[in-house]
Write a protein that binds this ligand. Sequence first.
Ligand SMILES: Nc1ncnc2c1ncn2[C@@H]1O[C@H](COP(=O)(O)OP(=O)(O)OP(=O)(O)O)[C@@H](O)[C@H]1O
Length: 360
Amino acid sequence: MKLKIECLSAGYDKDFVIKDLSLSVNQGEFLSLLGPSGCGKTTLMKAVAGILPAQGGRILLDGEDITSLPIHKRGTVIVFQDMRLFPHMTVEENVAFPLKMQGVSRSGRLEQARDLLEKVQMGGFLDRRPSELSGGQQQRAALARALAARPRLLLLDEPFSALDENLREDMRNLVLQLQREFHMTVVLVTHDREEALSMSDRIALMFSGRLVQTGTPKEVYLRPESRLAADYFGDCVYINGTVSGGRFTGGGLDCPVPFLSQEFISQAIPFPADAPVPGPSVPDGPCRLMLRPGSLEPDRTGGYFLTVEQVSFRGGSVLVSLRSDDGDLWKKAFSGPVDLAPGDRIQASVRTQDGVLFPA
Ligand SMILES: Nc1ncnc2c1ncn2[C@@H]1O[C@H](COP(=O)(O)OP(=O)(O)OP(=O)(O)O)[C@@H](O)[C@H]1O
């Protein structure tokens, strides 16, 4: 089921939270709506689900305009963080309930409910009431109930945030497995960057009610179009320098001009933004080169020198803060034990071709 949101505006009272927002999600795609708290993710999901009226624009599901349809006729199901199972019903009855609404016979709906509860590993809890379940069990039951409605589009609003890390990982895997099995189109609302990066086919990054970038996890992480997008993932290094004759120099690096961010193109290049040709067409002048920690590799012949400032043990990894001789601070996670201490010197190489150029 393809979701198309066209110039959608929605909010509370007369205040718009989102304005003229457009986004497409393809059939069978897993899209994460990622952004800081309060940026409007839930508002957008509520508008898609029909809980909040659209104040402008259109919402289409496979070409059908559902903007004015009531909630129960949209074919969308939304699962919130504080999922509300019906307290007076057993787990099995909760999951069978959407099927009852669809007119499925009693024996048919109980059979399907049991099947779904098996899938979410809740087969042993059919007769329990929600108050007799743990938070994670309630979430799995809520997911089974959402799936029982056979949604054309599944909207998940921070469904894992109340769970501990192990259970979260299990639920993420379960959702991905069920999404593939049911060929569902899924939109996941999250502010957890790793969750979005690891689960999604695409990420739509949202700030202050607008989308700042939409792309695959690799595109959004490695090729941010704006500093806002780059900084959201937190671990970038900006190296001040200059461009001259198609080369970047600064911070002890000298390399051909790499990928140009949209921000650089729109601010620094006086020709249409759809012609980002690196090389001589890039104007000379001050700029900043953004690099991710993955571009820094310890290398005895690398010629890029750093001093260890801090070593912090993180269990499966060790986070090391490193200061380059030109004063740039890198924070790099190493897996496994690392024999480094503050004050140690290391030599590295930098894959500058991974960099993204931003205005100064
Ligand atoms: N019922 C409401 N009435 C008025 N304003 C609201 C209401 N619900 C949310 N808002 C406001 O709308 C804005 C967007 O909220 P929303 O819940 O969509 O953000 P969010 O990105 O989902 O945040 P979070 O990640 O914290 O859940 C916020 O400024 C919030 O205070």
